[in-house]
Ligand binder design. Structure first.
Ligand SMILES: Cc1ncc(COP(=O)(O)O)c(C=O)c1O
Length: 452
């Protein structure tokens, strides 16, 4: 390809002064930039290249077959394509809930946007038009379109775009390390789940449409649900007539050691939102899985429709690639691998927890871990905003990259180092990524002048 000499590309979430890294090619768990540098991708790009970069010739073959046969047709106004039908069937077999229908979209934000609209129209069709509010969790990330953004838990992401949707309420996370209710108690008291009940009661249950939660919450650092948490949330939803939406955009397709977070933690959602791993990001695709009880009011009258649609939703190319991706995941038993080898990644992270003064907590499951970074393990003292800026953007991220590992240092909650490698990664890659993290933390500790 011709050398790029100018820059008209507006990169996402990128400060104006940020340098530019052009990723040109990839293989297995590795990516190469235009300068010829090789990096271990310890984040599956953005928690999405679940099968790794291959090469997997069957994906290219499926894409070519589809483009030759039918490059595009729509899923609107009565139409379907063989691949969108086939992928809906395939996903139905995999998810741990009974499926009414699956609504395909272009990605995660559109899946959330569509789930919010399904919830609102569902209640209207059932004669409860006052139910328009949503409960999500603090710090949670659910995407950037205006509806999805409205339920985000991060004020920094929302502030430039307000006013957003009214009636978006936020519950505390099950964040045991710093939980205001039970961090000092021997066990989680599930007060964080009870808070959802309190919020709904306070608002008036007849005004609330749905509760939207990730099985393991990414933002704030791989927040794993404590035992009993989702059972309690289900109870609250049932008691108040709310839909429970499991946002599986990251957790789905093997990330947390099972096909879905809902499978892993026995969650019984009414609606699931999927994206990322559904195609392992080889093509854009998202989906909303709706249980039979959710679609019932939409399909009980021949004239009723879900009044929503997206041109590229269920694009045949993406669906063909999705089918090939799921075949690879099954044939190579990548979900089993995430379950079997995930504990080896955990073990390495936990060794760092024991041995490194800067690692205060390790959380996660499967191929998805966060290490919360602190200044003082005893007091759990965290970094000042300036330290966080200097540390994360100024040092940790570029230094890890210099040492050949692409990973994330997240500061949407407290500062966390994050790993979410492709499911084809194994002990060798775990050693490299955790080894590089140890080195950059050693160096950061020195720079902070905390080394005693
Ligand atoms: C849990 C969750 N939901 C929704 C989204 C939005 O997905 P997308 O970026 O594909 O729009 C993301 C993106 O990272 C996510 O992590």
């Amino acid at each position: 390809m011709a050398a790029v000499t100018h820059d008209h590309l507006w990169r996402h979430f990128t400060p104006a002064g940020a340098g530019r890294i052009v990723i040109e090619r990839a293989e297995g768990c590795h990516i190469w930039d235009s300068e010829g540098n090789r990096y271990l991708d310890a984040l599956s790009a953005l928690y999405c290249v679940n099968i790794g970069y291959g090469p997997w010739p069957e994906i290219a073959e499926a894409a070519k077959r589809q483009l030759d046969e039918l490059p595009f047709f729509t899923n609107w106004v009565g139409f379907a394509t063989p691949t969108s039908l086939a992928l809906a069937d395939r996903v139905t077999e995999l998810v741990p809930i009974d499926v009414g229908r699956i609504f395909f979209v272009g990605g995660g934000s559109e899946a959330i946007e569509s789930a919010l609209k399904i919830a609102r129209q569902y209640h209207r069709l059932r004669g409860e038009p006052t139910r328009y509010k949503f409960v999500s969790r603090r710090s949670a990330y659910h995407g950037v379109t205006m509806g999805a953004l409205s339920i985000n838990g991060s004020p920094a992401l929302r502030s430039q775009f307000e006013p957003l949707l009214p009636g978006c309420l936020r519950a505390p996370m099950p964040y045991r390390y710093r939980c205001p209710y039970c961090a000092e108690k021997p066990e989680c008291t599930l007060r964080c789940a009870d808070e959802i009940d309190a919020i709904v009661e306070n608002e008036g249950p007849e005004t609330v449409a749905a509760v939207i939660l990730e099985p393991v919450q990414n933002s704030a650092g791989s927040i794993v649900p404590p035992p009993g948490y989702f059972e309690r949330v289900r109870e609250i939803c049932d008691e108040h007539g709310l839909l429970l939406v499991a946002d599986e955009v990251i957790c789905g397709f093997g990330r947390v050691g099972d096909w879905f977070g809902s499978t892993r933690y026995g969650i019984r959602p009414d609606v699931m939102t999927l994206a990322k791993g559904i195609t392992s990001a080889y093509a854009p695709l998202g989906a909303v899985v709706a249980a039979p009880q959710v679609i019932e009011p939409f399909f009980s009258d021949a004239k009723t429709a879900f009044t929503h649609g997206i041109t590229f939703g269920g694009h045949p190319l993406s669906c063909a690639i999705g089918l090939a991706n799921l075949e690879i995941m099954e044939r190579e038993d990548l979900v089993g691998r995430s379950q079997r080898l995930g504990p080896e990644l955990r073990e390495r992270c936990e060794r760092l927890l024991v041995e490194h003064p800067m690692v205060g907590d390790v959380r996660g499951d499967g191929y998805f871990y966060s290490l919360e970074l602190v200044k003082d393990k005893e007091t759990k003292e965290t970094f000042t905003p300036t330290e966080r800026d200097d540390l994360i953007k100024g040092f940790l991220t570029p230094r890890a990259r210099e040492l050949g590992v692409y990973m994330r240092f997240d500061d949407r909650g407290e500062t966390c180092a994050q790993f979410a490698p492709p499911l084809v990664a194994g002990p060798e890659e775990f050693d490299e990524m955790v080894g590089v993290l140890r080195q950059v933390l050693d160096e950061a500790w020195e720079r902070l002048g905390l080394g005693g």
